[in-house]
Design a protein around this ligand. Sequence first.
Ligand SMILES: Cc1cc2nc3c(=O)[nH]c(=O)nc-3n(C[C@H](O)[C@H](O)[C@H](O)COP(=O)(O)OP(=O)(O)OC[C@H]3O[C@@H](n4cnc5c(N)ncnc54)[C@H](O)[C@@H]3O)c2cc1C
Length: 432
Amino acid sequence: MRIAIIGSGISGVVAALKLHEQHEITVFEANDYIGGHTHTVDVSIEDRHYAIDTGFIVLNDRTYPNFQQLLDEHGVAYQPSPMSFSVKNDRNGWEYCGSNLNGLFAQRSNLLNPKFLGMIRDILRFNKQATGALRESEQTVGDYLKKHRFGHSFGESYFLAMGAAIWSCPQDQFAEFPIRFIAKFFENHGLLSITNRPQWYVIRGGSREYVKKFTAPFSDRVYLNSPVERVHRVDQGIEVAVRGGDSQIFDHVIFACHSDQALRMLENPTLIESEVLSCFPYEQNSAVLHTDETLLPKKRSAWAAWNYHIGEDQPRASTVTYNMNILQGINSRRTFCVTLNEDDLINPDRVLGQFNYAHPLFTMERESAQNRHRELIDLDGVSYCGAYWGNGFHEDGVNSALAVTQALNSSENESGATCTAASMKAGSAIVE
Ligand SMILES: Cc1cc2nc3c(=O)[nH]c(=O)nc-3n(C[C@H](O)[C@H](O)[C@H](O)COP(=O)(O)OP(=O)(O)OC[C@H]3O[C@@H](n4cnc5c(N)ncnc54)[C@H](O)[C@@H]3O)c2cc1C
């Protein structure tokens, strides 16, 4: 089949990797680089060169089995990455990092602070009872915290902060996520226990290294700076129009971009497409790569891999700073940071780059929409993959692409088998 793949994030790359041997593929990418949220940036400072990740950073050995298998199959090197989380709360002046007692009580006055100690008690209580939340089918995170009387400090300075950081969204939006989904995610990621945690990794040399290896066999089939404007089902197949280029007809089109982008490209979407694809709203994030350490907690003992900041005003967006030296094991006098949604707080002289990434939000309707993924595979010649079909992370991008490619490859094999059976039958008819 002639297959067009729209988007070259992890989902598009895995779809192309699994289809290029059996099919004639063409990958259209709007950006000037392959990878989507896998975006490593080159920085040269003081005669030293660094490759710094600004979007996708980490995977772990527990919840990324298919992605990890692909890395191993393609000989991609990855290295351990220490995972830790800190909070700097300008409203109550707290700073702490959860990875050890020294970081937890980076401000020694908190040893005697009843509110701070109450938050720790709530964390321990939540860790014990959260698996019960798996049964709370209809509740949001906010309802659950209220119902079980978790304190304001636990919500603002721990649980909502961590969720907002993980899903790159404002705290009040995270409070609307379904608690069942969150409890399951926290359990799977070992976030409910102090000891039973997965090992986290980063790709050695920057995450683009895996993209290079995965795409090596079909890199000549990837067209950069090629934003698709319109996709239209026509009699001869599926017409794809790229901005400034001629339209081309394909036998099949895979949307490996975000659901809202796909819906905008699609001319005359079917009812199923309109219904399902509109169930995944997105949150826009501005990510700034910089070396301004004032975005991190004042106390160095509270510095972590992920540093969440609560400003005086209710944050409108996720405000987290990734310490890339910790995460990528970078040895430098400079501290390389990637900060989400606090552009105005960063010293402009320290800025190395600015990027925009959108992350899916999870609503109560999300699960039922996700359960319909199979209906959107090979739907009149069109299929959909992307991390939004799962938790929004790399493994979900991989799994959604595998669901599409397995279905396409097996239907191709079946039609091939039917063909062979038909020709054999025809052949025997001739002999007869
Ligand atoms: C700041 C940040 C940090 C993250 N860190 C991690 C992490 O550490 N670990 C993790 O597992 N996940 C992380 N994620 C989640 C990440 O989004 C997913 O893991 C995954 O990379 C998403 O892949 P995707 O293929 O679904 O989408 P994307 O990577 O967004 O790819 C979609 C592609 O489609 C292209 N496209 C869109 N429209 C068109 C068009 N009209 N024509 C052609 N091409 C088009 C885009 O340019 C893009 O390249 C992070 C997300 C953010 C925002």
